[in-house]
Design a protein. Structure first.
Length: 325
């Protein structure tokens, strides 16, 4: 609780830690799906796996038990050495998360995933209506998620379902919340739809978004599952109450992006960027330079102070919507 209190004070003051505490490593950009909302094809990135030597060079710089997410713009379990990567991080006492589409291909199985020691799994699910032509959902996906939820050991491998806020999502979102609770997931996370690379996709405006959250939060409380929605509430208990009270102060009412406080993205080449959506904004290279120096360097600090110059109307990590059209 003391660490949380200190971090909250630092966030409000925007006092950046010495190193990023949340590091996302782009282990692969290859994927076995082609979802309309995914910007992978539009980011001008090479769709390839990360080399093992570069992965090791990056992880070896992280020595403070950071939280590491082994996910890029692809399906992590397609990487031929993903289980070696998990082992390498766990041997160094890191908390390891993976975001997956749960459409595992041989030789990967749910049992192998659970036995890997991964701490947290997130699966993108926008509907529980069965087969979806353009998206993450299929019968096999549900089977894999349910197998993981059913067979994990108590206190091991938290499971989170990730849904996006898009036009007409209210019923589907509530269904996902009920489904997650029924199969024993730990958290439902909701994120705004990013329309930069898919402008034809629609999402609710600010007022409608608030109404959807209120209904979704009510459903989540009724079925007993945690609902994380960055713009409104995260965590549980006292932490959730404090967050709801201070959420706008945590990024000084939009002056800073919440993501730039303790997060860094590392590309498959080792390039450090402020966000997975900014592959050309290279703050430095963690294979060739010290990641702490990059993190506290003038280039990264300039980006933090002037992120709107690059990010425009992006509001995925702000409390209030910026583009309401």
């Amino acid at each position: 609780m003391l660490n949380l209190l200190l971090e909250t004070v630092d966030r409000i003051r925007y006092k950046i830690p010495a190193k990023p505490k949340l590091v996302q490593i782009e282990v692969t950009n290859r994927c076995n799906l082609d979802c309309h909302m995914c910007p992978r094809e539009d980011l001008d990135i090479e769709l390839e796996h990360m080399d093992w030597d570069k992965f090791v060079a990056v992880v070896d710089q992280l020595q403070n038990e950071e939280s590491i997410t082994l996910t890029g713009w692809g399906e992590p379990f397609l990487h031929p050495r993903i289980f070696d990567m998990i082992d390498y991080c766990k041997e160094r006492n890191h908390y390891v998360s993976i975001t997956s589409n749960a459409l595992f291909v041989k030789p990967v199985t749910p049992e192998m995933v659970l036995n890997s020691g991964v701490d947290a799994l997130t699966f993108s699910i926008d509907s529980v209506e069965g087969e979806v032509e353009d998206g993450h959902t299929s019968k096999k996906v549900f089977e894999n998620i349910e197998t993981l939820a059913r067979n994990r050991k108590e206190g091991k491998t938290s499971i989170r379902l990730q849904a996006t806020l898009h036009e007409g999502c209210e019923k589907d979102l509530c269904d996902v919340i009920r489904y997650g609770a029924r199969i024993g997931c730990d958290v439902i996370n909701v994120g705004r739809l990013d329309r930069k690379y898919a402008p034809d996709l629609k999402r609710p405006g600010q007022d409608e978004e608030e109404k959807i959250f209120a209904k979704a939060d009510k459903v989540a409380r009724e079925v007993g599952i945690q609902l994380d929605w960055l713009q409104y509430a995260v965590a549980s208990g006292v932490t959730r109450a404090v967050y709801k009270l201070l959420r706008k102060s945590l990024h000084q009412s939009g002056k800073y992006c919440l993501k730039t406080f303790n997060y860094a993205y590392v590309s498959r080449e080792g390039n450090v960027t402020p966000c997975c959506l900014l592959p050309t904004e290279k703050m430095g290279n963690a294979v060739e330079e010290n990641i702490g120096d990059i993190w506290k360097g003038d280039k990264f600090n300039h980006f933090r102070e002037n992120f709107r110059d690059t990010c425009g109307s992006c509001d995925l990590w702000t409390i209030d919507q910026v583009d309401k059209n």
